[in-house]
Write a protein that binds this ligand. Structure first.
Ligand SMILES: [Zn+2]
Length: 403
């Protein structure tokens, strides 16, 4: 078998495309495979599909292909523009590449696999391509897959914000709770992010009015956005955010008290943790403190009691929260009274958890994927890149990579 015939088969080329030769440059570590078509070949019109269009002229192009052993491999060919009776002059697309990609489909599939596993910058270094070219590939496949996204059966959504790398930029993530996938990621964390989500949902066959449950933090912007754009959704306030508000009050009490009470020095992290999560040393310190006589100790007990709300049976929840509220508001600890009032203002959404049992912690797996996406998009400060990486890793997209 001649080497061109072998390459022809390995590349899976079909007529009229034929391997006509190859060059190996040992010094450059590069192999070039020339592809051509015989005189008299006819092609289908890329616009209307009409068969038998004759070439009008050609343009020489080349594409990076999968390495040949350790050597970079390139395909090159004359790509014809054909003359179609109906459409006029049109450049045909070759079967091994997308128009204007500069990579073969198989090379792109390899790139997509690699960028799912390591930072784009690292992949770029490894394969000797500039990362902007790789990002172009990522955007193509992610955009195409998102265009096919079917959101028609989405009814329960968790919405949360996350800081983009560096600076004060935020990204709002809208997660399909039942399929555990990021449906939508957008810059910012104001009410308009929910409007953008509702539009995107509708554009993918979903119905904003079909969203029956939403889990959000207590930000006024999200509450407003959900009220306006997801009008049938019952709001559950994320329990981790609710606990954090009470926890922050404990820290404020501790900070104020520590100015007069030297016993509290170095105890900050003890009060922020749960008893079960304390180290042995922290535990000993806590046991030695006159907890009952410290304002911080009382605040800590109130916080633990708030957490216990979520362990109550549903029928006991309202009475429990009322009792807690009474206790917190009579604690004579200003930050705690303030926190209790915040809870009071969000009463229904906090108790809604007992019906919906949804929390943003349910999407913990997604959070770690989003953190991974941030790491993989690092070094390339563009929200667009970060969003694409979030979709790629956490969107459960059907990428339809060439096999
Ligand atoms: Zn045509």
């Amino acid at each position: 078998m001649r080497d061109t015939a072998l390459m022809q088969m390995a590349l899976g080329l079909t007529p009229p495309w034929t391997v006509i030769g190859s060059d190996f440059d040992a010094e450059a570590g590069r192999i070039d495979i020339q592809i051509d078509f015989p005189a008299g070949s006819r092609f289908a019109c890329p616009s209307c599909g009409a068969a038998g269009c004759p070439p009008h002229d050609t343009e020489r192009k080349s594409w990076r292909h999968l390495n040949f052993f350790q050597h970079q491999a390139y395909l090159s060919a004359r790509v014809p523009r054909v003359r179609c009776d109906k459409c006029g002059i049109r450049t045909i697309s070759v079967p091994w590449s997308r128009p204007d990609s500069g990579f073969t489909l198989l090379f792109e599939a390899m790139v997509m696999t690699m960028v799912s596993a390591m930072p784009v910058k690292a992949v770029a270094r490894m394969i000797g391509e500039h990362d902007t070219r790789l990002w172009r590939v990522v955007h193509h496949y992610v955009d195409a897959a998102r265009a096919r996204l079917d959101a028609s059966d989405v009814t329960r959504v968790a919405i949360d914000e996350t800081a983009a790398q560096r600076g004060h930029n935020y990204i709002t993530l809208c997660v399909d709770i039942d399929q555990s996938r990021v449906l939508f990621a957008t810059e910012g964390r104001d009410a308009s992010t929910i409007a953008a989500f509702a539009d995107d949902l509708a554009a993918h066959g979903g119905d904003p009015e079909a969203i029956s449950e939403v889990c959000i933090d207590m930000s006024a912007a999200f509450i407003k956005g959900v009220g306006e754009k997801l009008p049938k959704a019952a709001i559950t306030f994320d329990k981790f955010h609710a606990v954090r508000i009470v926890n922050d009050a404990v820290d404020l009490v501790r900070r104020a008290e520590q100015k007069r009470e030297s016993l509290l020095r170095g105890t900050r992290y003890i009060w922020l943790r749960n008893p079960d999560n304390l180290s042995e040393r922290q535990r000993e310190t806590l046991d030695e403190l006159p907890t009952r006589h410290l304002k911080t100790g009382r605040a800590y007990q109130i916080r633990l009691a708030f957490q216990d709300l979520y362990r109550q049976p549903t029928e006991a929840a309202v009475a429990y929260l009322r009792k807690w509220y009474f206790w917190a508001t009579h604690s004579r600890l200003d930050p705690m009274i303030e926190a209790a009032r915040t809870i009071k203002r969000h009463w229904d959404g906090i108790l809604r958890w007992f019906d919906s049992k949804i929390a943003n912690g349910l999407i913990e797996g997604i959070n770690s994927l989003v953190q991974a996406a941030k790491a993989k998009a690092r070094g390339y400060r563009s929200m667009r890149n970060l969003k694409a990486m979030i979709y790629l890793l956490a969107g459960k997209l059907d990428l339809r990579l060439p096999a």
